[in-house]
Design a protein around this ligand. Structure first.
Ligand SMILES: CC(C)(COP(=O)(O)OP(=O)(O)OC[C@H]1O[C@@H](n2cnc3c(N)ncnc32)[C@H](O)[C@@H]1OP(=O)(O)O)[C@@H](O)C(=O)NCCC(=O)NCCS
Length: 187
């Protein structure tokens, strides 16, 4: 890492990533060659829509996002990032990505599953395994989730994860409402 990198990214991940095994999913750290399927996933309309993007990112932009996820950098230099590919039992190709953007001991959860892999509890299993790993192996104490009020799948997933509904606290900045959820890992 160069001095410019350190200045640009003040927060670095204070622990190593490892493979995490859930009951029906495995989370593995991202690799260089993951770009193709991540690009395809991030082209899905409800995925980039859920991220709050106004249009899908091009391949170069997704390449930069994937590189930052691998290195652990978040867009905000005060945060670091934790990102894993989600691989369902018996499959080779990942079906999704789960990330945490961490500031101090609080982490923002993002999760996306490819349409073809949905409603098989991939997101649920991945998030449960990640929460447990965070609780046991990291300084992260609180997981925060933001779902667009119109995103029923995301809202129901967070409820199913046992995250506490904090209500609609503010707007996304473009007129859309956001519902906030929170989970204490180490109360
Ligand atoms: C939200 C998302 C990650 C859910 O992934 P998934 O793997 O299909 O979810 P799961 O199969 O693990 O579902 C777990 C629970 O979430 C809820 N759920 C998931 N999808 C749902 C839907 N379309 N409608 C209502 N509830 C839903 C259900 O309670 C479900 O449990 P059940 O199947 O026993 O009823 C997926 O729809 C997705 O990637 N959407 C686009 C991106 C996005 O919105 N990300 C979240 C915000 S960053």
């Amino acid at each position: 890492m160069t001095i410019a990198h350190i200045i640009e990214h003040l927060a670095t991940r204070p622990f190593d990533l490892e493979e995490i095994r859930g009951s029906d999913v495995t989370l593995r750290p991202l690799r260089d060659r993951d770009l193709d399927w991540i690009f395809a996933l991030y082209r899905e309309t409800d995925v980039w829509g859920a991220f709050g993007w106004k249009e899908p990112r091009n391949r170069g932009q997704v390449g930069q996002i994937a590189a930052a996820m691998r290195k652990g950098f978040a867009d905000d230099p005060r945060m670091y990032q934790v990102a894993f590919a989600i691989v369902c039992k018996g499959e080779q190709q990942p079906c999704g990505v789960i990330t945490l953007k961490v500031a101090n001991d609080a982490a923002d959860l993002t999760i996306a599953i490819a349409k073809s892999g949905r409603r098989k509890h991939a997101a649920l299993g991945a998030a449960q395994a990640l929460f447990e790993w965070c609780r046991a192996k990291t300084p992260i104490r609180t997981i925060l989730g933001n779902a667009l009020h119109s995103n029923a799948a995301s809202i129901e997933l967070m409820k199913r994860l046992g995250m506490k509904d904090q209500g609609v606290q503010d707007a996304a900045g473009d007129g859309r409402s956001v519902r906030h959820f929170e989970s204490d890992l180490k109360p």
